[in-house]
Design a protein around this ligand. Sequence first.
Ligand code: ZN
Length: 263
Amino acid sequence: MAVYGPWGCGQCHACARGAENYCTRAAALGIAPPGLGAPGALAEYLIVDDVRHLVPLGDLDPVASVSLTDAGLTPYHAIVSSLAALPAGSTAVVIGAGGLGHVAIQILRAITGATVIALDVNEEKLMLARQVGAHHAIPSDDSAVEAIRALTGGVGAQAVFDIVGAPATLEIARQTVAIDGVVQIVGIGGGVLPTGFFSTPFGVSVRAPYWGTRTELMEVLDLARSGAIHVEVERYSMDQAPEAYRKLHDGTLRGRAVVVPGD
Ligand SMILES: [Zn+2]
C-alpha cells in the first residue's frame, strides 16, 4: 500500500472530492500529515488514521515507488491543472531537476504534447533531466532567460513549473512565461512573484499548488505501472540515514533517498 500524505477531515467539500490537500478544516482540527508536521518518517511502522488514505500499489515495488507519493503526486497535481496550456507545439519549463523535477519532466512527456526545457544549477542534474526525457536541459543562470526565448522563437513557455520557488528562479519564470501562460510555484524556496499588469505578461496566471488529491495519487501509480514514469532512488539502511540527509543537504542525491528499515 502507498500512504496518501495530505490528510484532511474526510467530510468537507474538498475532502469529499478527494482533494484532502485543500481540506478547509484540517488546520482547525489540528490534523498534521505524517512526516510533515507530525512524526511519521523513519519508522518500521506507521499508524494510518483511515483506510481511505491507503492506495494499493499492486505489483509496484514499494522501495522504488514510495517517493511517488510526493515526488510524483506534487508535480502531477501542478501539471494536470495546467493541461489546457500544454497542447502539442507548446513549451513547458521545469526549474529544478532534482527529486520532484526529474519526475515532473517524465509526467510532462507522458501526458502532454509540450516540448520540455529543464533548468538546474547542477550539471549532473541536467544530465539526469536529459536521461528522463527533457528535450533541452540548460543551466539555471543569467543566460537562462535568453536561452528559453531562443528555444521558443521569442514566445516563451506556456507553462513554467518552478520546483525551487526561490526569488532568483521566480524571476526566471516571470521573464520566460508566455502571454496567457501559467506559472506554477511548486517549490517552497521562499520567493514571491509580483503578478499584475506591470509585472507579468498579459493573461498570465500564477498558482501555488500544494501536494495533490487522492485520485491523482491513483493516477500517478497507474502511470508508474505503465512504465511511463519512475523515481530515481538511492537506497539506504537506517544506520546510513544520516548520510542520506547529508547528501540531501548538499544537493548531491540522485533523485530521492529511501531509508529501508531492516536493511
Ligand atoms: Zn476536509
